[in-house]
Design a protein around this ligand. Structure first.
Ligand SMILES: C[C@H](O)CC(=O)C(=O)O
Ligand SMILES: [Mn+2]
Length: 341
């Protein structure tokens, strides 16, 4: 596999996907410090929002320490060259919230839907593309759709105006061959000028290998999180991506030593727990469960005495998708009643 000479655009996730791992409690000062250090290291894109995107702060997903507008308006003016994006899940975030984020100075939006529901994104993608934002369609839980279905959904997003489409391994369930099959099929179907991205989670320890497979199959945008700070076992660690891509002769433009210092000096010290493949996050990857369900399942275990592993396995069996967080508590109640009857 050769990716020598390829130009890769990295997108930093610790201040958005990392919000899940921090229960959305990252402070404004931490946001500014990490974003500024990543900017200084040459990171081209940084995402800043509630873990579930604009408007995510709610009973269902958890309230954040600050509003999306407060985070964005604090971070964007501090950036020297990095561009800031917001995540938006139609149904959680609205076009009005996107307008507010545009007023805060975002340069891009990533409109995320379940991998078979791209049609829910039409209004948001069309609006974003018209305003001139970098507009990305983000197909979550992509392991749940085969290459043909994903191609169909990616083409829909492209037809609405997305200039880039992502294959998103939300559950960290994919193996490199799964990534290769999906990315190469989408690459062959999209217009040559439409960019293609991959967002990996490390639940099966495949975050870096999958990102490399994605580039080899035709992706040019790759998500990473500094020190892996993201949901579940975290995202592919940005500093590892930078080192591995550099070793393979691909170009990210990010300074390896600077970004590894950000990981060690700023991000690791603010972790609530080590971001690693532990029993819970391994089950996410194994069973193909949405990574941000981990903390919900652990809380339900404490409250109802049903092991998080059993809950996650059952959530996988039932094919639960993002947005069904409230069903985790419901399931725990059902399972604890069944166990005591
Ligand atoms: C809302 C999710 O956290 C988006 C994401 O990062 C994923 O699906 O993975
Ligand atoms: Mn993610």
């Amino acid at each position: 596999m050769t990716i020598e000479g390829r130009k890769i655009t990295l997108h930093e996730m610790s201040l958005r996907d990392g919000m899940h791992a921090k229960r959305h409690q990252i402070s404004i000062d931490q946001m500014i410090a990490i974003a500024s250090a990543a900017d200084e290291a040459g990171m081209p894109w940084i995402e800043v929002t509630h873990g579930d995107g604009l408007g995510g702060a709610s009973v269902n997903y958890g309230f954040a320490a600050h509003t999306d507008v407060a985070y964005l308006s604090a971070v964007v003016p501090k950036m020297k060259s990095a561009k800031v994006s917001a995540l938006l899940l139609p149904g959680i975030g609205t076009v009005d919230m996107l307008k507010e984020a545009i007023d805060c100075g975002i340069s891009g939006v990533r409109v995320a839907t379940h991998c078979t529901e791209a049609d829910c994104a039409e209004q948001h993608i069309t609006y974003a593309a018209k305003t001139g934002l970098d507009t990305v369609g983000f197909l979550m839980m992509s392991h749940r759709a085969g290459p043909d279905k994903l191609v169909e959904q990616a083409l829909l997003m492209e037809s609405y105006g997305a200039n880039c489409v992502y294959c998103t391994d939300s559950a960290g369930h994919m193996l490199p061959d799964d990534v290769t099959a999906r990315i190469s099929a989408i690459r062959a179907a999209l217009k040559p000028e439409t960019e293609l991205g991959f967002h990996g989670h490390h639940n099966l320890g495949m975050g870096i290998a999958n990102s490399v497979a994605a580039v080899a199959a035709g992706a040019n945008r790759i998500d990473g999180a500094i020190a892996g700070l993201g949901a579940g076992a975290g995202n592919a660690a940005t500093e590892l991506l930078v080192a591995v891509f550099e070793r393979m002769g691909a170009v990210t433009g990010v300074d390896l030593f600077k970004i590894m210092d950000v990981a060690e000096d700023l991000v690791v010290p603010m972790m609530d727990r080590p971001i690693r493949v532990d029993r819970g996050s391994l089950v996410l990857g194994y069973a193909g469960v949405y990574s941000s369900f981990l903390l919900f399942a652990e809380r339900a275990e404490k409250r109802y005495g049903v092991p998080a592993r059993d809950l996650l396995l059952e959530l996988g069996r039932r094919g639960m998708v993002g947005g069904q967080e409230d069903m985790i508590e419901d399931l725990a109640l059902t399972m604890s009643r069944a166990a005591s009857s």
